[in-house]
Design a protein around this ligand. Structure first.
Ligand code: PLP
Ligand SMILES: N[C@@H](CCOP(=O)(O)O)C(=O)O
Length: 464
């Protein structure tokens, strides 16, 4: 399998190089040259597989022959052995034809663990094979950072630097990033919002001198392997509900558009998905884009679902590439517009195509709180605020086709918002007991490319 950049001006890469590259050298995002296909019979034959076996079946076509099958199988099994639920991503029924896909049984209680635990092992394997080291820089609105630190802590071939928006993540999220004692972990509180952190990250990738000097690598969903690993749970949940003989719809709490793009990829691979519903919080750029056809950024608003407080939704670029029949020149034009004026208008044919696959809706903070309350009363189920935004948007959309809402975080990551909404204070699982009392270690930096590059460059062991 080969990987091409959405901007068409970066080298075409094999799987291992695409994993190490993160962002393409032309600023674009890698996607597979073609979508692997599964027939209905092949999907039917996946029924009953344990999650790791399903992951091996669904993901192997993306690897080509670069990672030997027995090695990949071992890495997958090790990755999902870190989860504390036998089903890895269990499906829970909350209404007549509505379900929550619980993606938060990994080490940091968020869906990011599903991909990050595998990505860390894949990267480690590729670096060891090549006898190389890498510097990982990641940007987080709260969950990616903790998941990445957990997955990479103590690994000898990588140093990891996580940029998080100072004062804008939940206390649990912050401590998952700042209490690691591993020497290769560096938590950086940036004076800005998530978009500033992600902007710095992309600028570091586009500074080729710096990028090459520190052997820069990325673990945000700009990295194809993150999206790839997330495809599996669309298959696992749809199979439990009767796929390929029964279609399923999904509603996804959306920020950087990675999780829902994995659903789009699953559909392209043959999974019968009826609708993919984008759920945003008050930062509703994607809902507005689907309504108007214009992608226009405005200031980021701090909400009770902080991980979705995003305006520049990275992976939307992958959808623009698809909707334009993979026309990289069109994607470059859109991205130039975004850089120059913070906006671009999507061609009518392309937005029509997107609307044929996706719906979009928003939930404001009052609606999120009301949904946490009403779901607890009606279904005795305690939602986190991100999942609650999606449950609100999904309401009324389930009909004959089952509606699966992606449960992206455990409520105990956001106890203040959950308690204010429901009166119930969700406790952290016992195995995370020491988190809130451990000593924190992090550095505060301004949102300044040079200062962040200096900081990383002086500490990265891969720096030449
Ligand atoms: C809990 C939670 N829900 C939803 C999202 C949004 O997912 P994505 O950025 O893949 O759209 C995030 C952050 O990415 C998150 O941490
Ligand atoms: N919500 C995310 C933002 C970064 O998303 P990613 O999927 O691109 O890593 C977070 O929690 O950090």
């Amino acid at each position: 399998m080969q990987y091409v950049s959405t901007r068409g001006e970066a080298p075409v890469l094999g799987f291992s190089d695409a994993v190490l590259a993160g962002l393409a050298r032309d600023g674009g995002l890698y996607v597979p040259r073609e979508w692997p296909q599964f027939s209905a019979a092949e999907i039917r034959a996946m029924r009953g597989l344990a999650y790791p076996d399903l992951a091996i079946r669904v993901l192997s076509p993306f690897l080509g022959d670069e990672i030997p099958a027995p090695v990949f199988e071992r890495l997958v099994r090790e990755a999902y052995a870190t989860f504390r639920h036998e089903a890895v991503c269990p499906l829970v029924q909350t209404g007549p034809n509505t379900f929550i896909l619980e993606l938060f049984h990994g080490p940091t209680l968020a869906f990011k663990d599903v991909a990050m635990q595998l990505l860390a092992r894949l990267m480690d394997h590729v670096l060891a094979e090549r006898d190389q080291h890498a510097t990982i820089v990641g940007a987080t609105s709260g969950d990616t950072g903790g998941a990445a630190i957990d997955a990479f802590a103590g690994r000898s071939r990588t140093d990891i630097f996580i940029l998080f928006p100072h004062g804008r993540v939940s206390p649990v999220q912050q401590r998952q990033m700042t209490t690691s004692t591993a020497e290769n972990v560096h938590a950086l509180a940036i004076e800005g919002n998530f978009d500033d952190c992600q902007g710095l990250l992309k600028d570091m990738f586009n500074d080729h001198g710096f990028r090459d000097r520190v052997a820069l690598s990325g673990v945000n969903s700009i990295n194809w392997a993150r999206i790839m690993a997330q495809i599996v749970y669309y298959f696992s949940s749809a199979l439990s509900l009767g796929a390929p003989d029964r279609p399923v719809s999904f509603t996804v709490p959306t920020g950087n558009f990675g999780d829902i793009f994995a659903g789009y990829a699953a559909k392209k691979m043959g999974l019968p998905i009826e609708r993919l519903v984008i759920a945003t919080n008050d930062n509703d750029i994607l809902a507005r884009t689907f309504a108007t056809g214009e992608y226009r950024t405005k200031g980021v608003f701090a909400t009770t679902s902080p991980s979705m407080d995003i305006q520049v939704s990275s992976n939307f670029e992958r959808l623009l590439f698809e909707a334009s029949d993979r026309d990289a020149a069109t994607v470059r034009r859109y991205m130039d517009g975004l850089k120059q004026s913070g906006a671009f208008t999507i061609e009518p044919r392309e937005i029509a195509r997107m609307r044929s696959e996706f719906d979009a809706g928003r939930a404001d903070m009052d609606e999120v709180a009301a949904t946490i309350r009403s779901t607890l009363t009606a279904s005795n189920y305690l939602l986190d605020p991100h999942t609650a935004a999606a449950v609100h948007v999904a309401a009324g959309r389930a009909g004959a086709v089952p509606m699966v809402v992606l449960g992206t975080a455990h409520p105990a990551k956001f106890p203040a918002a959950v308690e204010a909404a429901s009166g119930v204070s969700p406790a952290l699982p016992a195995w995370l007991g020491g988190l809130m009392t451990s000593e924190e270690k992090y550095t505060v930096l301004p949102s300044d490319l040079k200062m962040v590059e200096d900081y990383v460059g002086r500490r990265a062991r891969a720096a030449r």
